[in-house]
Ligand binder design. Structure first.
Ligand SMILES: Cc1cc2nc3c(=O)[nH]c(=O)nc-3n(C[C@H](O)[C@H](O)[C@H](O)COP(=O)(O)OP(=O)(O)OC[C@H]3O[C@@H](n4cnc5c(N)ncnc54)[C@H](O)[C@@H]3O)c2cc1C
Length: 427
């Protein structure tokens, strides 16, 4: 277990603190046991509590320890793929069910934030998808057209409009998804936890589920100092999935994404760079994200882990990348850097598996999990309460194995590392 006082990200240090949660001691019963204290698990617990169904959340470390406390905080609709690509893979019925289910995700997130008074720097001013060349401009326009055809409110920005929003004249254009927005991701995770606790859910920290066995029509989850007996179990461990259930880890291939944050910018820069606090990310791959937090820190990141160089390399790379786009930044002071594991699947779609009767999992968000995790949590709560499978945004599928998963993880990590070193050398 890691030191709970050691921040896992900037967000961990700046979000409203959550009172430490007790570790599970002794044996408890619940209708539903949820493994994983991120958005998926916490949204399930909150929505179950609102439906009057008892649940217990087991979190190995602390709330938001996984991707939920480390991400960029861009609350976007849909999944990583475009809506037409989703239909191409899943077919018309299942594809459009997913598109519609996740299209409304940001509104669900911001509604929950308002309804439960969650303090997490929430700003629903949109997110900007950026195009640096004609090729990417076409990609941005195509995606916007596909989304608007399905009811989204995406506005195309020309070069000048993009420059005004971003504070730099470096992109040919972009699209602004007006229903999207930004949050302090750890603040949102803690707020979901607080709301779930208030409505009666039980959440235990530092309580890794280490054993899982079926006894009659129930499941028994073992932790170092206690057990939970429950009729239904949800494994909500995404990129942090361990060996609790055989083969589940092999369904995804995790890879790292890192971020670096400057110290708060001076007033002049703060007023010109992303003055509306929209989040932004580049259509070019590997993608780069830019955003500011409420205190005016500029945050950027890209894929890779770079463990051997750690903090100093991440700061140098981020410095170089920011300067390439924002040459007027002057001397930058860096405050922190961190990384998190993204759970990829071979077709870039999340998975909803029934692993055994009463044992479900939702994993594989492919780097887009704030709104989808929240949506899936609500859907799982309704499913456990008796709604039918066809009301779920994702089809229930059998467990599978990511083709060449470990090799893909190494390939992406090494590839990103080489590219970033090359970018640094080139200056
Ligand atoms: C660097 C980064 C940037 C991202 N940026 C964005 C973004 O801007 N927008 C967006 O929408 N998405 C983004 N994502 C994706 C998003 O963060 C995730 O998809 C989302 O947080 C997944 O939530 P979750 O609850 O399913 O899993 P997680 O938040 O990862 O939670 C899983 C939890 O399970 C716990 N766990 C694991 N095994 C056990 C066990 N045996 N017992 C008990 N607990 C266990 C872990 O400790 C962890 O806390 C990003 C992800 C990363 C890593």
């Amino acid at each position: 277990m890691t030191d709970p006082l050691q921040p896992v990200s900037l967000w961990d240090a700046t979000a409203q603190p959550l009172d430490p949660l007790p570790a599970l001691e002794g044996d408890v019963d619940a209708e539903v046991c949820i493994v994983g204290g991120g958005y998926t698990g916490l949204s399930t617990a909150l929505h179950l509590a609102e439906l009057g169904i008892e649940s217990v959340v087991l979190e190995a470390e602390k709330v938001g320890y996984g991707g939920s406390g480390r991400n960029a905080g861009l609350v976007n609709p849909g999944v990583w793929l475009s809506p037409d690509e989703v239909v191409g893979i899943l077919g018309e019925d299942a594809g459009e069910r997913l598109n519609e289910g996740f299209r409304v995700g940001p509104n669900l997130v911001f509604d929950l934030i308002r309804r439960h008074g969650i303090e997490c720097e929430a700003v629903q001013n949109g997110t900007i998808y950026l195009a640096s060349s004609d090729k990417y401009l076409k990609k941005v326009k195509d995606r916007a057209e596909q989304m608007n055809r399905r009811g989204s409110k995406v506005v195309l920005l020309n070069r000048e409009e993009t420059a005004t929003k971003l504070g730099i004249d470096d992109f040919l254009g972009g699209s602004l998804d007006t229903e999207a927005g930004t949050i302090n991701p750890m603040g949102y995770a803690r707020g979901l936890a607080r709301a779930a606790l208030k409505h009666g859910a039980r959440i235990f920290g530092e309580s890794p589920a280490t054993a899982l066995e079926q006894t009659g029509d129930s499941w028994r989850m073992g932790t170092p100092h206690g057990t939970v007996r429950a009729k239904r179990v949800l494994l909500a461990t995404n990129g942090y999935t361990d060996n609790l259930w055989p083969g589940l880890r092999q369904e995804i291939f995790p890879f790292y994404f890192f971020f670096a944050a400057t110290k708060p910018l001076g007033e002049n820069l703060r007023n010109t760079i992303l003055p509306g606090l929209e989040g932004s990310w580049d259509a070019e791959e590997p993608t780069i994200a830019f955003r500011k937090d409420a205190a005016g820190r500029l945050i950027t990141g890209s894929i890779g882990s770079l463990p051997e160089h750690g903090q100093s390399f991440r700061h140098r790379w981020a410095d170089m990348r920011l300067r390439a786009h924002f040459p007027h930044l002057g001397e930058l002071e860096w405050e922190s850097s961190w990384m998190g594991k993204i759970a990829f699947t071979t077709d870039h779609l999340p998975r909803l598996n029934e692993l055994a009767p009463g044992l479900m999992t939702v994993i594989g968000y492919n780097g887009r999990g704030i709104a989808p995790g929240t949506v899936m949590g609500r859907a799982m709560a309704h499913y456990f309460a008796g709604s039918s499978e066809v009301e779920m945004p994702l089809p229930v599928t059998a467990q599978s194995k990511a083709f060449l998963g470990p090799l893909r993880s190494i390939y992406y990590d090494l590839g990103a590392g080489f590219l970033q070193r090359w970018q640094l050398l080139r200056g």
